[in-house]
Ligand binder design. Structure first.
Ligand code: GLP
Length: 243
């Protein structure tokens, strides 16, 4: 694992954008990107958009994207669904068409098979070249909460109250945060060829230290990164404080 402590959120964003662009260029524009939502990757996404608008980014014409997770129970088109969020914050501004952006399908009729279908879509796409990740304050990856199987695949999970409280800032109140989600499993995430974990802010210091330096344990799902042969961790001074 390559842990890169940086001087600022801006540096995390710039280097994160460099890693993503390098993956796109390496596949001559046909890369498969794994995209995280949450607030941490937003500065890196904005940097990608800025470079694209300035004409200095790579072509995204053939790129396909897979999101990590999705809420279950939001109305279709809800602005806080991860499908809507990733379109707004990244793929629309980069000109990546909606049919090239895939997410787990939370529609009620297909819920029972949604995980299996998503795994099949990932395999059919040839797997993820670079997977962007954030980390939850409780050490979760995607929506794999503490206790998740380290070998898990895409499935329905129940959110902890801590995560619902953390994510309440995107909704009107904690009561509006869904209780259930579809999420790639930890085993799914490990199949990506390169994992790029971004961590910024003091709220991530304990979780990042546990993930990087603690024991491999389902109590800290992000510790599963220790099993992967190609992980890059970019963090700002506040997040690196526990290392
Ligand atoms: C959310 C998402 C994760 C994200 C994490 C941290 O619940 N499901 O993919 O990495 O929590 O979010 P943030 O970056 O906003 O702190």
């Amino acid at each position: 694992m390559e842990v890169v402590p940086l001087d600022s959120v801006e540096e995390v964003a710039a280097l994160g954008a460099d890693v993503i662009e390098a993956a796109v260029r390496a596949r001559a524009g046909a890369a498969v990107l794994g995209l995280a939502t949450g607030s941490t990757p937003l500065p890196a996404y904005r940097e990608l958009i800025r470079r694209h608008a300035a004409g200095s980014g790579p072509s995204y014409a053939g790129v396909r994207c897979f999101t990590l997770d999705e809420y279950v129970g939001l109305s279709p088109g809800h602005p806080e669904s991860y499908r809507a969020t990733i379109a707004r914050e990244l793929t629309d501004p980069l000109g990546i068409p909606a049919d090239r952006v895939h997410g787990p399908d939370p529609s009620p009729t297909g819920l029972a098979t949604a995980g299996e279908r998503y795994e099949e879509a990932l395999v059919a796409a040839g797997g993820v070249d670079v997977q962007v990740l954030g980390i939850g304050s409780d050490g979760h990856l995607a929506f794999n909460e503490p206790g998740s199987s380290l070998a898990s695949l895409t499935r329905i999970k129940t959110l902890t109250e801590e995560t619902r409280r953390d994510n309440a800032r995107f909704f009107g109140s904690v009561d509006e945060v869904p209780r259930h989600v579809l999420t790639q499993g930890l085993g799914t995430i490990l199949r990506a060829r390169h994992l790029l974990l971004l961590a910024t802010g003091a709220g991530k210091a304990a979780a990042l230290a546990a993930a990087v330096e603690g024991p491999l344990t389902a109590s800290c799902p992000a510790s599963v990164l220790q099993l992967h042969p190609h992980v890059t961790v970019l963090c700002d001074p506040a997040a690196a404080d526990g290392l």
